[in-house]
Design a protein around this ligand. Structure first.
Ligand SMILES: [Mg+2]
Length: 244
């Protein structure tokens, strides 16, 4: 790998209008999912336990109903322009999500972004019955060995997918973005992630749509202003020290 700009983008609430993962479980698993999410946010259960509990509350579902739910989800209409920009400028883009591949794959494809790579938790439909309903089975291929706050560790994906000298940019908005922004040189934040960055003294660019992200990255690239953020570089070095 040669050093370059690498862009990591959250999915739920960043690329999509709402938190599809939460709505997905809520729609099929009911109220039990709300209390699981509350317990997770309070640090009482791990992300993985939360997901497994939510999948259990869903029980058996009709695949058509899941497809219909996913088909109704909208993305930010400016996202394809970010994808086009990355292609034009040779920037590696990777979607990093603590959501489920089941809906991410379908939503990207429905919006002309099927080729954009992503990393997420896995959900598959299993044991279909005579009534056509199936259970949902989850798998977590990207955990961290120690930290349980996320089921899919975005930090590890960023660190493993980059080399010394790379400039890491991150676009996000919510809870699962709080850890990865600490390791990113360039942070684009909206909603509650802005408050987190302010409280943690993490420099960030506010954005409303991906057009803002494109303009800023274009400017930084054109002016040769891609520089590491000292604290992010130090956090990355520290993470590698703990690993080795
Ligand atoms: Mg999100």
């Amino acid at each position: 790998m040669t050093a370059s700009l690498k862009l990591f983008v959250d999915f739920d609430g960043t690329i999509t209008r709402g938190d599809v993962g939460n709505m997905f479980f809520r729609a099929f698993g009911g109220d039990a999912c709300d209390s699981l999410v509350r317990r997770f946010r309070a640090g009482e259960i791990s992300a993985r336990e939360c997901f497994l509990g939510e999948a259990e509350s869903m029980g058996r579902v009709a695949p058509d109903a899941l497809e219909q739910f996913v088909a109704g989800q909208e993305i930010d209409p400016s996202f394809p322009s970010l994808v086009a920009f990355c292609r034009e400028r040779g920037v590696d883009i990777l979607i990093v999500s603590d959501g489920l591949d089941f809906y991410i794959r379908r939503i990207l494809a429905a919006n002309g972004c099927a080729g954009v790579p992503f990393v997420a938790n896995r959900a598959s439909l299993v044991r279909p019955g005579a009534d056509g309903c199936a259970g949902i089975e989850l798998a977590f291929p990207h955990p961290d060995a120690v930290c349980e706050r996320c089921a899919c560790c975005k930090r590890n994906i960023m660190l493993n997918g980059s080399v010394d000298g790379d400039i890491l940019a991150y676009v996000g908005e919510g809870f699962s973005d709080r850890c990865p922004v600490r390791y990113a040189d360039i942070v684009f934040a909206k909603d509650v992630l802005q408050t987190y960055c302010q409280n943690e003294n993490i420099t960030y660019y506010p954005y409303i749509s991906f057009d803002d992200v494109v303009s800023r990255l274009r400017l930084l690239l054109d002016r040769g202003r891609l520089r590491p953020r000292a604290r992010a570089a130090a956090e990355r070095r520290a993470a590698f020290r703990h690993e080795s």
